[in-house]
Design a protein around this ligand. Structure first.
Ligand code: BGC
Length: 254
């Protein structure tokens, strides 16, 4: 096994995706392999699918995993879009037991953010940079001079006069449910960005997930003072960032 190759995995509500990543340049050196997330996505069921994914690559080395929840010291502390039975589970230990590999876990948006900051739209960007992933939920990652402040969960902010958290109005799911065009969606998204501006005064926000691909269709709706860029890295970012994170952790452990 080469030391700069790590298996990166992105666990999502509908798919568990992974590939071998060269952490020196952020390239996925294999095809991306995707398995359906089992339903219900209980810890045991997901661990079994994870084992299958690792076996597909015949992988024995370290693994980085992006997971859609607050992840503190390997443990899931929330479950907004995943099975509630994950709360309190040590994800890293569980996936390590099922695969026999060293597993390092971080929040999925944090993972996508790490990929953007190291290899994508955020490369070389200093100051306060945020990544927002627009998917089933809204994920966030916050960086100060390139250093990650993990588990920010900004999709769970409340907007003025709204009864539910922001992601209920601006996620990919919310757009589909209300059958909104990207331009209509962009108006609400802009309100959310203005709220973030008020709270954080960011220098740059990078948009990932579905909101990245369609950026041109709603960018004219955005009236914020800070720069906004699409991630451009699309659906591999979670796996790439998770692999890079695992590699950093391995370096620290020596
Ligand atoms: C979760 C976050 C996650 C985001 C994107 C939100 O509902 O609370 O932890 O990063 O969805 O998957």
């Amino acid at each position: 096994m080469k030391e700069n190759i790590i298996l990166g995995v992105d666990i999502g509500g509908t798919g568990i995706k992974g590939g071998l990543i060269n952490v020196e340049n952020g390239e996925m050196i294999t095809e991306r392999h995707r398995l359906d997330t089992p339903q219900p996505a209980t810890p045991e069921a997901v661990a079994a699918t994870f084992k299958e994914l690792v076996a597909f690559f015949n992988w024995k080395g370290p693994i980085g995993v992006g997971f859609p929840a607050i992840v503190s010291h390997g443990v899931a502390l929330s479950a907004a879009n995943i099975d509630p039975s994950w709360i309190g589970v040590n994800i890293a230990d569980l996936l390590c037991k099922s695969s026999g590999c060293h597993v390092y876990v971080l929040n999925d948006a944090d993972a996508a953010g790490v990929a953007s900051m190291r290899f994508g739209a955020g490369k070389g960007e200093e100051g306060l940079v945020m990544m927002l992933t627009v998917g089933t939920g809204i994920g966030s990652a916050l960086f100060i001079d390139g250093k990650l402040v993990p588990n920010t969960e900004l999709g769970h902010l409340y907007l003025k006069n709204k009864k539910e958290v922001a992601e209920k109005y601006i996620s990919k799911m919310a757009r589909a449910e209300k059958d909104l065009s990207w331009a209509q969606w962009g108006k609400t998204f802009n309100k959310y960005l203005l709220h973030l501006q008020r709270l954080f005064s960011p220098d740059l926000i990078i948009i990932g997930g579905g909101g990245s691909k369609s950026f041109d269709e709603y960018k004219d709706q955005l009236t914020v003072d800070f720069r906004v860029k699409p991630a451009g890295y699309l659906n591999k970012a979670g796996a790439v960032g998770a692999a890079y994170y695992a590699w950093e952790q391995e370096q620290q452990l020596g």
